[in-house]
Each structure stands twice: as structure tokens, then as C-alpha cells.
Ligand binder design. Structure first.
Ligand SMILES: [Mg+2]
Length: 355
């Protein structure tokens, strides 16, 4: 497969998963089955949501950063302010990036249930970072938009394989500064990047390797000294969160190999309104149906929780894995703003060829 097809697959399938989940975000699973039949949601809604909008703005911010040598996360922050301006219908202070192709796209000015945390954070005038929290939000609004951070290495992030995870965390922490707001974003970016390496690892191996990297990067103290149980270690909030994160993600990986009914499995992982649960549900669906995008995305949206976000994240991962060819043709044809999304994937790919 051409690497470009993985870039395109990542963003296009993310959009498809998002749009598949749009109409059912606030529905219970029972209602969906009544409306769509026992196989779950397999009919696309009409529009993408804020998840895909913000993914596009993440990508554009990174491209701007590359072009103008702006550091992370400032370039992405600028781009999120552009997105914020599209949502507020008024330019706060008249500041927006005049180069933004996205800002000029009238369809991107429509409100698609934007997350409150994103609006509040971007309206505050303060950029969140991991070191300088602006809130305690661990909503999935961080992770659902950061797949592009796995597709392009920024000039200023540290060299080496940790860069993509750090970029993802930085982009999410702009608005979500609870550790569970940005670590899942780091893991999504990291997984997407590892898929691009095509080094023979399975999706399960990639998931577990990525989880190990998260533990090393974000909770080095989690590996207790010899003879010391994890329970004895100082229980900082972040430490406890990372232990729970490791447990949840490991459970998602194991569940995908069992015969536990899909709805039960997803329910046991949560509803996906928070970042760690959203990633866990997406990873479960991806591992369960790794050769079948339709089954994967249908499962990823047919549950009681945050359907469009879990659909978008699952689409990002499996789209990178299977490439654009893996996306059901009918769904791809119905994807709103398909051309814009595809173009953004191609631009990220081109920029990534320049070191
Ligand atoms: Mg949404």
C-alpha cells in the first residue's frame, strides 16, 4: 500500500466514523436498533461534526507551523482560534489567520454541537499546556481531533519516536488539561504514526507498544521500585489516573479477543464522553474488526455513549491501517466535505516528505 493511502484513509475514515455517529450521538443503543435494525447503525447521516472540523484545523495549524517555523503548540492554537471564530460567528478581536483555507470554507462555519470545553477554553484567551493547566477537563474533545499529530513531525518537537505522542498531547492540552484529556490524544497520534512505519507489527502489538510508551512518558514513576508495590507509591492524581488508564486500555485489548458480546464489552469500557473511555472503545472496535471497516465503525457508533467521537477515533486508526481502500465506497461517497478532508491528508503527506 502507498503511504499516502494511509494518510488519506486516516482522515477520511475518521470523517466517515464521525458522520456515521452524528445523528445518534445522543441516542441509546436500544433506540438505534429499533430505528436501524439489529446490525446497528450502517446508514450515514448527512454531516460531519465538530470532531472532523477540529481535526482539519489541527492539520492546518501544523501545516502553518511547518511553513512559518511556528513552534508547537502555538501553531495549532492559532488554528483552533480560527475554528473558534467560525463557531462564534464573530471574530474575537478580529484575529484570525488570513491564510486559512478552512476559515474561508463557509460550510465549516456551521455549528455541529461543538464541545463546551473547547469553546470555553478557546474563548478564555489562555492556551492550556500540560505544565500550565487551565481546567480539569478530561473530555474526549482532546483526543477526537489529534490524529494529524501522528501524520506530520513538527520541526521543533524532539527527534525520535516520542515526538508524535508529545505533539498529540500538546494539541489536546490546549483545551483539555486533565491528564486523561491529553494522554489518550498522545496515544492516538502515536498509534497512527506507528501504523505508518509498516514495520511488521500487528495492530495489537502497536496498541500495547503505544500503551507502554504512554506509561514511560507520562508516568515514569508508575514502574515501582523493586520490592515496592504500586499501591505503596505516592498516589498523586496523575499517577492514579495513569494506573487506571493502563488497566482500561489493557482490558479493551483483551476484550477484543473474547466472545463477550460487543454491546456488553463496549458498555464495560464506559460511554466515551471522556478521553480514556473514548480511546478504549475505539481501540476495542478496531481490534475486534480489524479487517472490516463497516463492522468496526458500526460497532463504534452503536452504543449509548459519544458515538461520533468514538466513531471518528476508530476511523482514524483503522483508516490508517487499511488505507482509503478499506472504507466502504458508499459511505465515502456520502462523506461531507470529502474533497477538503482528502486535500488536507494529501497536504500533510507532502509536508511530511520534507524533513
Ligand atoms: Mg462531535
Amino acid at each position: 500500500m502507498k503511504i499516502l493511502d494511509r494518510y488519506r484513509g486516516c482522515l477520511l475514515a475518521g470523517g466517515v466514523g464521525d458522520q456515521l455517529g452524528n445523528d445518534v450521538e445522543f441516542m441509546r443503543r436500544e433506540e438505534m436498533l429499533e430505528m436501524y435494525g439489529e446490525r446497528g447503525v450502517r446508514i450515514m447521516s448527512q454531516f460531519i461534526t465538530d470532531d472532523t472540523q477540529m481535526t482539519l484545523f489541527t492539520a492546518e495549524g501544523m501545516l502553518m507551523g511547518r511553513k512559518h517555523h511556528m513552534p508547537m503548540p502555538a501553531c495549532v492554537y492559532q488554528s483552533y482560534l480560527d475554528w473558534y471564530a467560525t463557531q462564534m460567528n464573530a471574530l474575537k478581536g478580529g484575529v484570525f489567520n488570513k491564510e486559512s483555507v478552512l476559515f474561508r470554507e463557509e460550510r465549516l462555519h456551521r455549528r455541529r454541537a461543538p464541545g463546551n470545553t473547547c469553546l470555553t477554553a478557546l474563548g478564555s484567551g489562555d492556551m492550556g499546556t500540560m505544565d500550565e493547566p487551565i481546567n480539569h477537563s478530561k473530555g474526549c474533545g482532546g483526543v477526537m481531533r489529534t490524529a494529524p499529530c501522528g501524520l506530520l513531525k513538527m520541526i521543533d518537537t524532539p527527534d525520535g519516536e516520542d515526538a508524535y505522542a508529545i505533539q498529540g498531547a500538546m494539541a489536546a492540552a490546549i483545551t483539555h488539561t486533565h491528564i486523561m484529556g491529553y494522554v489518550p490524544a498522545a496515544m492516538l497520534s502515536d498509534m497512527v504514526h506507528m501504523i505508518l512505519l509498516e514495520d511488521g507489527r500487528t495492530l495489537k502489538e502497536i496498541t500495547l507498544d503505544s500503551l507502554a510508551r504512554m506509561m514511560r512518558l507520562f508516568s515514569p514513576e508508575i514502574v515501582p521500585a523493586e520490592g515496592c508495590e504500586a499501591d505503596d507509591a505516592p498516589a498523586s492524581g496523575a499517577f492514579v489516573s495513569m494506573l487506571q488508564f493502563r488497566e482500561l486500555m489493557s482490558r479493551a485489548v483483551k476484550l477484543a479477543e473474547t466472545d463477550v458480546p460487543v454491546d456488553e464489552a463496549i458498555m464495560s469500557l464506559g460511554e466515551g464522553w471522556v478521553g480514556d473511555e473514548a480511546l478504549a472503545i475505539a481501540v476495542y472496535c478496531v481490534l475486534k474488526y480489524q479487517d472490516d471497516m463497516e463492522a468496526c465503525l458500526s460497532a463504534a457508533v452503536t452504543h449509548d455513549g459519544d458515538s461520533d467521537s468514538t466513531g471518528a477515533i476508530a476511523g482514524n486508526i483503522l483508516g490508517a491501517w487499511l488505507g482509503v481502500e478499506g472504507i466502504p465506497a458508499q459511505w465515502l461517497a456520502e462523506l461531507e466535505m470529502r474533497g477538503i478532508i482528502d486535500d488536507m491528508a494529501c497536504r500533510l503527506f507532502e509536508a511530511a516528505q520534507v524533513r
